[in-house]
Design a protein around this ligand. Structure first.
Ligand SMILES: [Zn+2]
Length: 502
């Protein structure tokens, strides 16, 4: 027992100082204060005593590390009172998070109750309170949830999401229960359950924060939430859709992950970077392609940020606007379509125009027209790979010579998962960085094709097939993936999964 250990230690080392002190008195009091006040030990001696009695770890404990059955032994009232969480146990040990390891009373209580050695983890009180807020949800601890409490729970959820580098939060109802999933590195995993009344309170709170009408429950809604709590400032895009079970809500954390990444930092190779910036002057079109969620928008914004330094009138048409950028005129699509807005934009005398996506022939024609009249146009388009963009444009009814005249650059990109640095991809269930997946974080990889004279020659001869064959040999695998593999940054399994092997 810790209390016995303490007494034994003090008797052995400082027996002469404590012969008329009732040592049992100190067990449930602040030990450090008591020993200091009574001038039994000095501060240094207390620190020394502590380091000999406990192994204190500074490793951060997250919500995922908490074992529910361990908690049930003390209950949430106890946890809320002491702000101490016994979060896991083995046959011999119980692990505890505490903000102040000198607070001996709860540690002694836990040792007695679990009858095990205590392993101490330290975290600050704010983090511990966040965990307690989240625990109170899962245990239906709070039955009469007032507004303040709902706000606290939602804060804890959002902060946890940020701490785990989560990109999206999915609130959903299944089997009469609210559920929350996090998407991290492209994969969804469950974060927690709610009872329905709390679920609805949370959804209402989100609606209020993002200026949505809480009385509308039978219509899809889109909104923004400018989340500000202390130092945390996050733009959140809110999407709500009614399902047969209730409202389903997705929050996308917009500026949190890809914060301040410049074009140079995005992950293009040196040559690719040079190719891109060499195409940013004068008119013409730059196409971006890649699956949904492959970071195309991030790349577009980084290019715009790069151009922005050159004093130009930059305008964007987007659906929806994913990120507000200072110094750029951003136009939301709302109920109009791209071609309608583009027709009007021309009178605004833009130099650079970003079109969120080319989906139809009319928009494609407009984009070409803008490029022909000396504007730089940036846009995304759906296509299997980079050269597939040419075929796609043809399918949209564009004449080949118009395509060849205006196209400057094609970037085809996707995200690839990094090998987890902590467990080196040997997915162990104990790995906190990757939750046992073996992957942690993602990087962008891209194929960048600058339409130079060599390619133009192919295009002019209408020789698409040969062109595609020629560029297949210099593809993503050889130029980008292979070096990453050789440097041990990625796993071969991931390449197989993405179909990127040679
Ligand atoms: Zn790992």
């Amino acid at each position: 027992m810790i209390s016995n250990k303490i007494i034994k230690y003090i008797l052995l080392n400082f027996g002469d100082r404590v012969y008329n002190v009732d040592l049992n008195k100190i067990i449930y009091r602040r030990l450090d204060k008591y020993l200091l006040e009574e001038k039994i030990l000095t501060k240094e001696e207390i620190m020394d005593l502590w380091s000999k009695l406990f192994e204190v770890s500074n490793e951060t404990i997250s919500f995922f590390d908490i074992n529910r059955s361990t908690i049930e032994k003390v209950g949430l009232n106890w946890i809320e009172h002491y702000k101490v969480i016994p979060f896991n146990e083995t046959p011999k040990k119980v692990s505890v998070i505490i903000s102040d390891p000198f607070d001996v009373e709860p540690i002694c209580l836990i040792e007695k109750l679990y009858n095990k050695q205590v392993e101490v983890y330290c975290d600050n009180l704010i983090e511990i309170q966040q965990l307690i807020n989240l625990l109170s949800v899962n245990n239906n601890f709070e039955h009469n949830l007032d507004k303040k409490k709902v706000e606290k729970i939602l804060d804890s959820i959002i902060i946890s999401a940020c701490n785990h580098n989560v990109s999206d939060l999915h609130f959903d109802i299944k089997n009469n229960k609210g559920q929350l999933f996090f998407r991290k590195d492209g994969i969804l995993f469950k974060f927690m359950d709610f009872d329905l009344s709390l679920y609805n309170k949370i959804i209402n709170k989100i609606k209020l924060e993002s200026n949505l009408d809480i009385t509308l429950t039978n219509k899809p809604l889109d909104g923004y939430w400018h989340y500000i709590r202390g130092k945390n400032k996050i733009d959140i895009r809110v999407s709500m859709i009614p399902t047969i079970d209730g409202e389903r809500v997705v929050l996308r954390l917009l500026n949190y992950q890809s914060k301040n990444k410049s074009l140079k930092e995005l992950g293009f190779t040196n040559k690719q970077y040079q190719d891109i910036i060499s195409c940013l002057n004068g008119g013409g079109i730059i196409f971006l392609t890649g699956p949904t969620g492959s970071g195309k928008t991030t790349t577009l914004y980084s290019i715009l940020e790069f151009i922005k330094n050159h004093n130009k009138n930059i305008m964007t048409v987007e659906d929806p606007i994913e990120k507000k950028v200072e110094g750029i005129s951003q136009i939301p699509l709302n109920s109009l379509d791209y071609s309608e807005i583009l027709k009007n934009i021309i009178r605004q005398d833009p130099d650079v125009i970003m079109i969120g996506e080319i989906r139809d022939s009319e928009t494609a024609q407009m984009a070409i027209k803008l490029a022909q009249t000396g504007h730089l146009v940036l846009t995304t388009i759906h296509s299997k790979d980079s050269l597939g963009v040419l075929l796609r444009l043809e399918n949209l009814g564009l004449k080949r010579y118009l395509i060849h005249d205006t196209i400057k650059l094609i970037i085809s990109q996707r995200l690839i998962r990094n090998k987890c640095n902590s467990c080196h991809g040997i997915s162990s269930d104990n790995c906190k960085d990757c939750f046992g997946t073996g992957y942690s974080g993602r990087k962008m990889i891209a194929e960048v094709i600058k339409i130079d004279n060599v390619i133009k020659e192919f295009l002019e001869k209408d020789n698409y097939k040969d062109l595609i064959l020629k560029y297949k040999q210099e593809d993503l695998f050889k130029n980008v993936c292979k070096p990453l593999l050789e440097n041990n940054n990625i796993l071969y399994e991931e390449l197989i999964q993405l179909g990127l092997t040679d």
